[in-house]
Write a new protein. Sequence first.
Length: 211
Amino acid sequence: MKILLVAGGDPTYWPAFAGFDKIIGIDRGNLFLLRRGIVPDLAIGDFDSLNASEKKEVFSQVAEVLTSPAEKDDTDTQLALLTAFERFPKAQVTLIGATGGRLDHLLANLWLGVELRFQPFSTQIRIADKGNSVDYLMPGSHQIVKEAQMSYLAFCCLTPVKQLTLKNVKYELSAIDFLQPTSLASNEFLTGEAEVSFSEGIIAVIQSRDV
């Protein structure tokens, strides 16, 4: 099962997408979808970013709408992610419309994979836009496959990380500890796959290109 979550960020940053089994619109993301001829399977949010006519446009076309109060502990994106995994716990979830706007929203979205309730699903979550992809790694050994057209590779330690080893990349590491969150940016693949291993922590792997 592949699920696409569409947040309310600027759609000019969206990547091309196809082949999803379910599409969930988040707040204003629903309006952006509808105006591109795509009807989401579920609309979720407090919809405080929409005026009355825009709300009517969304509510009249989407079969299922879950509304939340504007003042709440969770963001609309957190609620959408929670709903997706409650309904489809084995799904691969891609989040778009989550970059290119407010910095506080970007950081909140980046740290989704660190939240305790989402950690069991963190390796099933991807954040993407037209120039970047973000995947989460938990402790262990991993093979990272280079994506077409992506030029750069970064390892963002979202927590303290122990024994980080990087191989088959331009800047290799051997069993290095990082005591605070750190972004190891502007690395590159040497071959089609990079090798990553670490014993503790959570890492976001970012592949990117200039756009």
